[in-house]
Design a protein around this ligand. Structure first.
Ligand SMILES: [Zn+2]
Length: 507
């Protein structure tokens, strides 16, 4: 069939963390016994593409013969994933003289045996690279929606290999992917705060946490509704900004998860049996973990005291730095991890310490041992600690005064967040919780009265420098919720109250 040994060359890409990197696929077909060899640091998925590609090519009437050499360049860059199926098959067809792509373009897609194109991960980073290089991009139709969210890219969606071959032969005109509207910012809160009875203090703390993106610990007996309050927090967070939406889309695309939640912030729940790789990322393919999927949203650790110490220890750096560095021999990649951490835990081992209806049966020693579980590096990073007492039967049965809805709370949260964005955007921050020490020291100033009050409390509570700065940031959020520019005594006093919760538990 092909004696002229044409080298077919097609542009493709691979992923390095959340970044797409260009790859050239070169194919040479020579005579002899049939075999396919792929060189250029392919991973297992790329090696397995041989069978898929061969079958898919048959679907367009091309049966592969002879020795097929596939070279992925640059040679020292690890190539991963099934997204190279499509460019490999196109390079084979080019080498066989069946198509002659006139213009350079990036191609990505996994092939089914019948030639259909399947969704791949990494379409969003690919769209960013294609836009930057001014090169058109061809993707499977299932990836079209997320690619449409990247403004200014020229991209086309295709259903199968036959359609693409027709396009490359000039028999069909490709249809560009239309620019999509960046996420809807209206959504229903589920659960809604109007479904939660009583719990005025916890509602207030949840609102402050949402307004300033502060970490929060909810302590309460089983059945007190702490998990419900944690879940309801997702419905009172402000919508993602354009920039934040793109950041979350990039993480999701890296894992091949569709971006379907509009501007709703991510909410990820982690169970105590999870591995540190699933939470922080890494493993053989350097993928992001839950803490990165929760970026710009909530990471919820229910039954926090059940988590192993090494697991919570591994979360320390991502929480502190707002990013996760994942390394192995193949290289190092960085994923974002700016999360609002929500923890829920029982107040003691039996769960009834402080419960009005049921008596705690723990010994003093057991209570002390339990308190130690509720301390350590993660607890140091909690800004608000609040008790969620179990309601008494008569409180549960009171139907008067329906509670305020999530929509109403969210309105105040959004106004407070807008004030923060206006104030801090010039320094590159969007909310109070993100502020580094130097900004706190310079810009969160206090009257002399408030300053001496804070100094007194800091001494009494043995607050560290970081503790003081956390108290100030929460106080700033409380002032923002009140629409007040000046940080004053009541803001500080309320902030310290949430901090003291911590002190009671950390002896
Ligand atoms: Zn107990």
């Amino acid at each position: 069939m092909n004696n002229s040994n044409i080298i077919g060359s097609i542009s493709a890409l691979t992923l390095r963390g959340m970044e797409a990197v260009p790859v050239e696929v070169e194919v040479e077909i020579t005579g002899g016994l049939f075999n396919i060899s792929i060189v250029g640091l392919p991973d297992v998925a790329v090696k397995e593409s041989k069978e898929r590609v061969r079958a898919a090519l048959r679907s367009v009437g091309f049966s592969l013969k002879g020795h097929v050499a596939v070279n992925l360049a640059p040679a020292d860059l690890p190539k991963e994933g099934a997204l190279l199926d499509l460019p490999i098959s196109l390079a084979m067809m080019t080498s066989a003289g069946l198509i002659k792509p006139a213009q350079r373009a990036f191609y990505m897609g996994e092939l089914a045996l019948d030639g259909r194109l399947r969704r791949v991960r990494g379409a969003v980073p690919a769209a960013f690279l294609a836009r930057e290089m001014g090169v058109p991009l061809y993707v499977p139709r299932e990836n079209a929606q997320e690619v449409g969210l990247v403004k200014g890219v020229t991209a086309y969606a295709v259903d199968d290999l036959a359609e693409l071959v027709a396009i490359l032969r000039g028999e069909k005109t490709p249809e560009p992917i239309a620019a999509a509207v960046m996420g809807d910012d209206t959504f229903t809160a589920e659960p809604d705060f109007s479904d939660i009875k009583g719990q005025a203090a916890a509602r207030r703390a949840a609102e402050i946490a949402a307004a300033g993106h502060h970490n929060i610990l909810l302590l309460g007996s089983p059945g007190s509704g702490k998990t419900l309050i944690a879940r309801a927090m997702n419905g009172i967070l402000p919508p993602l900004t354009d920039e934040e939406l793109i950041e979350t889309m990039l993480v999701r695309s890296t894992l091949g998860i569709p971006s379907e939640h509009g501007r709703r912030r991510p909410f990820r729940t982690v169970h105590f049996t999870a591995s540190s790789v699933s939470i922080c990322g890494g493993g053989s393919s350097l993928r992001p973990g839950e803490v990165s999927l929760a970026h710009r949203g909530v990471l919820f650790l229910d039954e926090f005291t059940e988590f192993k110490r090494d697991l919570t220890e591994s979360l320390r750096a991502p929480l502190e730095d707002g990013r996760v560095v994942v390394s192995r021999a193949a290289g190092t990649v960085v994923y974002p991890s700016r999360v609002l951490l929500v923890l829920a835990a029982n107040p003691c081992a039996c769960g009834h310490l402080g419960d009005l209806a049921e008596k705690c049966v723990c010994s003093r020693l057991e209570v002390e041992r339990y308190k130690r579980k509720l301390s350590g590096p993660i607890l140091d990073r909690i800004d608000l600690q609040i008790s969620v007492p179990r309601l008494l039967p008569e409180e549960l049965l009171s139907f008067s005064n329906p509670a305020e809805s999530s929509a109403a709370i969210r309105g105040r949260v959004c106004r407070a967040r807008a004030l923060q964005q206006e104030r801090w955007s010039q320094y590159g921050f969007s909310c109070n919780a993100e502020l580094p020490e130097r900004i706190v020291r310079k810009h969160l100033t206090l009257s002399s009265e408030a300053r001496s009050y804070l100094a007194g409390m800091a001494g009494k509570m043995r607050l560290s420098g970081r503790g003081i700065s956390r108290v100030l940031k929460v106080a700033r959020t409380i002032a923002d919720l009140a629409g007040e520019e000046e940080l004053s005594m009541p803001h500080l006093a309320e902030s310290i109250m949430y901090r003291q919760g911590n002190m009671q538990w950390q002896s």
